[in-house]
Design a protein around this ligand. Structure first.
Ligand code: 13P
Ligand code: 13P
Ligand code: MG
Ligand code: MG
Length: 365
């Protein structure tokens, strides 16, 4: 069966502040999705949240970038925003940057990850969703899953993975893309994806079968809005098992927390903490950044699941380490490397402060 799996998300209001989603907003979204399923547009759906971000997981047969599916997501966010406004939630409609739908939610604020494939005999997918971070947060985890044999032993000992994977990388500032084949080109790949605020892994493909293996959202809210309006809080879909990494190989990168952009006012570096959905409640200094992962088996497009994959004691140490890292970073207060470097601050106060003080700067003798 040929399917499209679409994950479309937006922050349409935080409860309380930017820390959580309100159950009434999620209930409204569920109503919208249920109606679309009843009408036959969707095969199945799952509504969830990561912190203050509302996440719509949808299966259908309309293909990627489909106007009806994107309109459904947009209308669901607009409808949820009405509830958020009624409850006077914080930043109601925050990510809906356009006043009206214009055919595709890309560039209008919401984050989008979609993939089209023919369902395998057993189709395992893991969906990652993050809050308080930006789109480049998936670069290192995707590299580890699909190119690092210390993470993914299948690259070494599984005949159907030994050929490696190719990475489609987007330069989100230059609006260009390039594909690298691994393992041959890992050094070239790392030159770029190590700079995760500009170069982002958009998709990963199996080199032999050419099958799509992973896709991420790379929408940069600040570029779309031209100012700081919240972080991207990205999503990523990964296919697993068979010729793709096993579930444990897909989850393994998150066992060692890394520092990502985001956290308070989207202007800091902080650890990405893997948590169960119920623990995606970033409240300490509006963080630290969170990542959740939901696992599904697809059956004729039906979402069998989810299993809350980070709801596992084996990630307790990662969570503990992330808290220790959070303390260490917080110690720096307004200093780098906790606060982001200047070029990433251009959407906050720096331009205004510079303008105000421009004529007080004099030449150094
Ligand atoms: P807003 O109140 O404008 O969302 O920004 C401040 C904030 O809440 C950051 O934590
Ligand atoms: P969100 O991007 O999750 O809305 O967070 C905004 C913020 O400023 C948190 O401090
Ligand atoms: Mg928010
Ligand atoms: Mg958010």
């Amino acid at each position: 069966m040929h399917l499209t799996l679409s994950v479309i998300k937006a922050d349409i209001g935080g409860y309380v502040g930017h820390s959580e989603s309100h159950p009434e907003v999620m209930a409204r979204a569920t109503e919208c999705m249920a109606k679309a399923k009843q009408e036959g547009l969707l095969i199945d759906y799952h509504v969830t949240k990561c912190g203050d971000d509302l996440e719509l997981v949808m299966t259908h047969q309309q293909g990627e970038n489909n106007e009806r599916i994107h309109r459904l997501a947009w209308d669901t966010f607009v409808s949820g925003t009405e509830v958020a406004k009624k409850l006077k939630l914080h930043g109601a409609g925050q990510d809906l940057l356009a006043s009206a739908f214009s055919g595709n939610v890309k560039g209008m604020g919401p984050g989008v990850a979609e993939m089209e494939f023919t369902e395998r005999v057993a189709e395992t997918v893991i969906i990652f969703m993050a809050d308080k971070t930006s789109s480049g947060a998936w670069n290192m985890p995707l590299y580890k899953m699909f190119a690092d044999p210390f993470n993914t032993i299948g690259l070494v000992i599984a005949a159907n993975m030994h050929c490696g994977f190719s990475f489609e990388v987007h330069d989100v500032k230059g609006s260009k893309k390039i594909t690298f084949c691994t393992p041959d080109e890992i050094y070239d790949l790392l030159v770029f994806i190590g700079a995760a605020s500009r170069y982002m892994v958009k998709a990963v493909y199996h080199r032999d079968s050419k099958e799509i293996a992973a896709v991420s959202s790379t929408q940069k809210l600040a570029f779309i809005a031209g100012r700081y309006v919240g972080k991207d809080d990205p999503v990523c879909i990964v296919r697993s098992q068979g010729e793709f990494p096993a579930v444990g190989e897909v989850l393994e990168p998150f066992a060692s927390p890394i520092l990502v952009e985001g956290w308070m006012r989207g202007s800091h570096m902080g650890p990405l903490m893997p948590v169960a959905v119920c623990d995606s409640t970033p409240s300490r200094f509006d963080g630290p950044p969170r990542v959740i992962s939901l696992g599904f088996q697809l059956s004729g497009g039906k979402l069998v699941g989810p299993r809350d994959m980070f709801d596992d004691k084996a990630f307790n140490l990662a969570r503990h380490q992330a808290n220790e890292m959070a303390d260490m970073m917080r110690r720096h207060g307004p200093f780098e490397p906790h606060r982001l470097p200047l070029e990433e601050m251009e959407y906050t106060t720096m331009p205004q402060v510079m303008e105000k003080l421009a004529d007080r700067f004099v030449d150094i003798d």
